[in-house]
Design a protein. Sequence first.
Length: 98
Amino acid sequence: MIRHVVFFEFKDGVSQEDIEEMEAALKALPDAIDTIEAYTVGPDIGLSESAVDFAVVADFATPEGYLAYRSHPAHVAAVESFVNPIVARISRIQFEVN
C-alpha cells in the first residue's frame, strides 16, 4: 500500500470560507477517483504551535494507483481551483505501508 501525505500552509489573509471550499473539493475526490483506498483531509485543530494548517492523507493499493490519482482531471482541477489560490507552501511524501 502507498500512503500519500500532504501538508499545506495557507497564504496570509485566507478566509475560513476559502478553506471550507477547498476542504469540500478535496473531500469529493474519493467519489471521482476509484484508485483511492482511504482518504482523510482536515484543518489543524490547534494543539501544537508548530503544526501546519491543513493535511491530506490518502492510501492507494499500488504506485500506479497513486499516479492515476495525481494526474486525474478531478484532482488536477481541485488543486488548480481551490488549493493553489490559497496555499503558500506544500510539503508531500509518499511511502510504503506494510
